[in-house]
Write a protein that binds this ligand. Structure first.
Ligand SMILES: Nc1ncnc2c1ncn2[C@@H]1O[C@H](COP(=O)(O)OP(=O)(O)O)[C@@H](O)[C@H]1O
Ligand SMILES: CC(C)(COP(=O)(O)O)[C@@H](O)C(=O)NCCC(=O)O
Ligand SMILES: [K+]
Length: 256
């Protein structure tokens, strides 16, 4: 089995890949803020292996993508102590021999590079990845596998949280698409604003990208919040919640 670890700004995701049935199962999420503490991280990993039928010795490789540098050392430590092996932590050096390339390796988030690698591996042609995480990102890859560029905007929950934190009277609301785009009370007004507004943002961003590229790009969505904008279904060729995990595995394999 292969273990991909995806440390994002909200969640650290552990995904176990079994080549026998080509499945990512189980996929476990810890809150990044809590997982920063070594004891909490170690306890949860230990507990997982204690309760799971997966034995540490069954893990033949480990790859880590992290966009939260403060957690890197602890992740490597826990992999070493629980699995008795070294994880491949993806850095800009890991990008050298990939089918996907970027002109700014030092800057490009490894989760975005993992997304690009997995999407290009799947389509073998030009594609756009939309990642609904803490940040909402668009990564544009051309037919030769070159990352043409990235767009970054606040993710849905991030926008919602900042609205709640920066106002006195607005409450935090659940992320559900309301029936009407016209808000009828405060909660509904925020839900309609965020959910219809972000659907428009995604459509508008994809259109603006399409205006600058000749071909009909394949579009794949991923990220913890990719299923929330139910009003966007038709925009994507595919929704793959495991895309980043798959990319981490691909990049690690290219480096071993
Ligand atoms: N299945 C889910 N349903 C609802 N919210 C989710 C789900 N999975 C993740 N989230 C939330 O979505 C947000 C983005 O998650 P994620 O894509 O893992 O972000 P990041 O990569 O930035 O850590 C987080 O607030 C997370 O708690
Ligand atoms: C854009 C991101 C903040 C997304 O993080 P996430 O939403 O996955 O937590 C992350 O990929 C990052 O820190 N990137 C570095 C800047 C760049 O990619 O251009
Ligand atoms: K991510």
């Amino acid at each position: 089995m292969f273990l991909s670890i995806d440390a994002g700004n909200s969640n650290v995701v552990f995904g176990f890949y079994d080549p026998r049935d080509d499945q990512w199962e189980p996929v476990i999420r810890l809150e990044t803020q809590r997982a920063m503490e070594l004891r909490y991280l170690q306890k949860n990993v230990d507990l997982f292996f204690l309760e799971s039928s997966i034995k540490p010795t069954a893990i033949t490789g480990v790859g880590i993508s992290s966009v939260v540098p403060e957690i890197n050392e602890n992740l490597k430590k826990v992999v070493k102590s629980s699995l008795h092996q070294d994880a491949h932590l993806i850095t800009e050096r890991s990008y050298r021999h990939l089918p996907v390339t970027t002109k700014r390796p030092a800057e490009m988030g490894s989760d975005l590079m993992a997304n690009a690698a997995a999407a290009y591996h799947h389509y073998q042609s030009h594609c756009i990845v939309v990642d609904f995480g803490t940040a909402l990102t668009f990564t544009v890859i051309d037919g030769q596998g070159e990352v043409l560029g990235v767009n970054i905007v606040p993710g849905l929950k991030t926008a919602l949280k900042s609205l709640f934190m920066n106002t006195s009277k607005l409450p935090e609301v659940s992320l559900e698409v309301p029936d009407s785009a016209i808000g009828k009370n405060t909660v509904h007004s925020i839900q309609a604003g965020i959910l219809y507004g972000y659907a428009g943002l995604v459509k508008g961003m994809l259109q603006a990208i399409r205006n600058e590229v000749p071909e009909n790009f394949k579009i794949v969505a991923t990220g913890g919040l990719s299923k929330i904008l139910t009003n966007l279904k038709g925009e994507f060729d595919q929704v793959d919640k495991n895309l980043t995990l798959k990319g981490i595995k691909l990049i690690t394999e290219h480096n071993s």
